[in-house]
Write a protein that binds this ligand. Structure first.
Ligand SMILES: [Cu+2]
Length: 396
């Protein structure tokens, strides 16, 4: 059965759902379709899995309910959040991460949300201590607090580069991400011989999945000491054939870097570093790629790149959640909302009665060895999800 007639089934399902064709973004090969499902109460969904099911089982009859079931599973199984951080193989969990409140991607590269995700101008109390020249390991998973290696770090079809930036700031617990950023790590794309389309090539996200969500990032040894934000980012490109279709997943970690260096690398700003029309952001990866250019600046000379498709090494290969040493962050004075704030960060500031800190939804608020902020934001309560090791803020 030809692809076009398979996707005829697909179109019929869409019309059953009353989805206007103008809201449907199609790649030339019909292999990825993205729809905004606001009218159905599902904020953002992909249909690529559904299409591949259509393609593999063309005789299957889909009803509206099976389509919605596939979509619901897709949402739960696809999107992801950078959560934990390791420093020289010591597990700091989420103590120094401004963990985003949801695994929904940022798609507007011109918004302030591209800095540290929605709500990411609000700092957390912890700063992870890192010596310049050491290695941190960023860790991504689909669901908050789920560090299982059995599920993919980011859902199967979400192929794209992984990049890490740093920004020198006066105080990592209050910085809003408006300062300049330099790139310290990249695991982007390489051609897989005989692979055909870009989907079959090597990508940073495939390495993340191969390494249980972990990638090692060297902190440049010549950096001037002080506080930094470290911004880990995936750009998923499965629906990037249309403008605004690329999906950006980022989190900002708060670091205090020690050392004797003095380097202050050249920087770019967010927003500003990316344009929706960049060849690394507006790209159809379902066609064969002869090259792929990562968005943003080149990696700083003191930074590192991982060859896409190469083996997991270092902590990314050997560190196991719950099986090693856990670290304690430097506890900063009560963080406050950064000047200017942002629209996605509407929680009230705690002005009295507590030390002023607030953990965002799905952020850590307790557990063995945890010494960070234990107060949850408005409407949230601290729940032991993996006692005695881990508690997180969830809806009250
Ligand atoms: Cu997605």
């Amino acid at each position: 059965m030809a692809m076009t007639s398979r996707c005829g089934i697909y179109g019929k399902c869409l019309s059953l759902l009353g989805v206007a064709t103008s809201t449907v973004l199609r790649s030339a090969s019909f292999r990825a379709i993205s729809v905004h499902w606001e009218s159905l109460g599902i904020p953002y969904q992909e249909l690529d899995l559904f299409c591949s099911v259509c393609a593999s089982k063309p005789a299957m009859r889909f009803t509206v309910s099976t389509l919605l079931a596939v979509l619901a599973a897709r949402e739960a199984a696809g999107h992801a959040i950078f959560q934990q951080l390791w420093v020289d193989s010591v597990d700091y969990g989420t103590q120094c991460n401004r963990v985003p409140g949801s695994n929904t991607p940022v798609t507007n590269v011109g918004s302030n949300d591209v800095r540290c995700n929605v709500g990411g101008t609000r700092g957390v109390k912890g700063k992870c201590p890192v010596a310049a020249g050491s290695t941190v390991t960023v860790e991504m998973h689909q669901q908050p607090g789920d560090r299982s290696c059995g599920s993919e770090a980011i859902g199967g079809a979400h192929y794209g580069p992984v990049m890490v930036y740093m920004s020198k700031v006066p105080d990592a617990s209050t910085a809003d991400g408006s300062t300049g950023w330099f790139k310290v790590f990249e695991d982007s794309w390489s051609k897989k011989s005989g692979g055909g389309s870009g989907d079959n090539d090597n990508w940073g996200t495939k390495d993340l999945n191969a390494c249980c969500g972990k990638l090692d990032v060297k902190i440049p040894s010549d950096l001037a000491p002080g506080d930094y934000l470290l911004r880990a980012e995936v750009i998923a490109l499965h629906t990037a054939g249309s403008s605004g279709g690329a999906q950006l997943y980022m989190s900002c970690y708060q670091l205090t870097v020690s050392g004797t260096g003095s380097a202050t690398p050249a920087t770019v700003r967010f927003p500003g570093a990316y344009k929706a029309s960049d060849p690394g952001i507006l790209v159809n990866i379902h066609a064969a790629l002869s090259t792929y250019v990562s968005p943003g600046p080149a990696v700083y000379a003191g930074g590192t790149s991982k060859v896409p498709g190469s083996a997991c090494t270092g902590c990314a290969a050997t560190c196991k959640a719950g099986a090693g040493k856990t670290g304690t962050v430097i506890t900063a004075p009560a963080p406050t909302s950064a000047a200017g704030g942002d629209a996605g960060n509407s929680g009230p500031d705690s002005t009295s009665g507590t030390d002023g800190c607030q953990v965002q939804a799905f952020g850590q608020c307790g557990g063995n060895g945890y010494s960070g902020c234990t107060s949850c934001g408005s409407g949230l309560t601290c729940k032991a999800v993996s006692p005695p090791y881990y508690s997180q803020c969830v809806s009250a």
